[in-house]
Design a protein around this ligand. Structure first.
Ligand code: AMP
Length: 397
């Protein structure tokens, strides 16, 4: 038995979950927000009870100190030595990693090398790691990459049709993200159906504020909708997803914008928010659409259609699939979105069991008995995947 932490550090936030492994029992979880800003917020939930503190939290190290103090205070651990391993979510592992890895000096250098590919995310992951290794010098530290699961894609699915030297020199290619979630869904589907992982042919739809779809062939990522960056693919809360690649140039010329300003528009002001003018949150869009807001209806229709064409395309590319899986805030909770997507895929013979689909946040099969493919809602669990890999590395030490 060992206490293991799963950590997801952002530039001004840090999400954590504390497990007893290998039982995978959650002992505590929480979030530190507004790190480096005034009025930082620290919250921790232990035994269903949430405790929140508001105070200035100058940096990640201070956040980690608050976190370990809280674990002691609430008797989650008796001493810091009880925490045997920490797993860190790292967004980009480039072409270096197809699996999680011990956070060695070499691994830190490689994550640093990938900073140009994830300029906001990788530095945050490293700051989180450095803070934990300072406060818990004896704990085993593991990097778990968003990109790792997708490293199995064949070249035709990751090379962009631009001059090949940009791949060779600048590593411009499709990487894909949300890999930890797509991998969890793949493993869980294999468990549910009793299939061997290598026999799994599915299409996993992680639909949240950010969203990506993956074709999983023989249990491995075969193609995924995000690309060099998480801006690619389907329409998202504030991200455009795929658009005509000439649009940024046109916007820069017409409005005298810099590349960074256009990047900001496509990442922060587009998607559901940009089209609807209402909100980036799919619940607000659903409500506005119900009240007759035409642009909210349009944003929602574009979202559904992008998912339909991606799933349909992947189905053909893989030569068929056994199941479609839904996860993420929208995939797990939006009954109407799942309905619109599955109805839109009727040409593939897939059919919904409307009664079974009337659920939120639960693991359930929602396809009709005479459906050509099974359809499942599977609440994703990236935190447990991080804890599992951290525990695996600890056991291997
Ligand atoms: P995530 O990024 O995975 O946390 O997902 C966030 C998205 O999930 C937002 O667009 C939310 O509107 C959506 N979401 C969360 N709960 C619900 C719900 N009960 N019904 C519809 N959408 C939901």
């Amino acid at each position: 038995m060992a206490i293991v932490m799963s950590v997801n550090a952002g530039s001004s936030s840090l999400k954590f979950q504390v497990y007893e492994m290998p039982e995978e029992k959650v002992l505590a979880k929480g979030l530190v927000e507004r790190i480096g800003l005034n009025d930082g917020v620290f919250s921790i939930t232990v035994d269903g009870q949430k405790y929140t503190t508001t105070c200035d939290i100058p940096d990640h190290e201070a956040a980690v100190r608050m976190l370990v103090d809280a674990l002691l205070e609430h008797h989650v651990v008796n001493s810091l030595d009880d925490i045997k391993a920490v797993g860190h979510r790292i967004v980009h592992g480039g072409e270096f990693y197809s699996d999680s890895v011990e956070a060695s000096t070499d691994a830190v250098e490689k994550v640093e090398e990938c900073i140009p590919l994830a300029p906001l995310h990788n530095p945050a992951g490293l700051v989180g790691y450095k803070s934990f290794s300072k406060l818990l010098p004896d704990a085993s530290q593991t990097f778990v990459f968003d990109t790792a699961f997708h490293q199995t894609m064949p070249a035709e699915n990751f090379i962009y049709p631009i001059p090949y030297e940009y791949y060779e020199e600048d590593k411009i290619r499709r990487y894909g993200f949300h890999g930890t979630s797509h991998k969890y869904l793949t493993q869980r589907y294999a468990e549910i159906t009793g299939k061997k992982p290598e026999d799994v042919q599915i299409i996993t739809c992680h639909l949240g504020n950010g969203g990506s779809i993956t074709a999983v062939k023989d249990g491995k990522s075969f193609k995924t909708s995000m690309g060099l960056t998480p801006l690619a693919g389907i329409e998202m809360g504030t991200r455009s997803g795929d658009i005509d690649p000439a649009i940024p140039g046109v916007l820069m010329q017409r409005h005298n914008l810099t590349a960074q300003e256009v990047d900001n528009i496509l990442n922060k002001k587009s998607g559901l928010l940009g089209v609807s003018g209402v909100s980036s949150d799919s619940r607000d869009i659903e409500n506005a659409a119900k009240e007759g807001n035409e642009r909210a209806k349009l944003a929602s229709k574009i979202f559904d259609d992008r998912v339909i064409e991606t799933v349909g395309g992947y189905y053909a590319l893989m030569g068929g699939a056994d199941a479609i899986l839904f996860a993420g805030g929208i995939g797990e909770n939006s009954i109407t979105t799942r309905e619109a997507i599955i109805d839109g895929l009727a040409a593939l013979g897939v059919k919904l069991d409307h009664e079974a689909n009337n659920c939120r946040g639960k693991e359930v099969k929602i396809s009709a008995d005479d459906s050509s493919m099974d359809v499942y809602v599977i609440p994703t669990d990236e935190e447990v995947m991080i804890a599992r890999d951290a525990y695996k590395n600890l056991a291997a030490e």
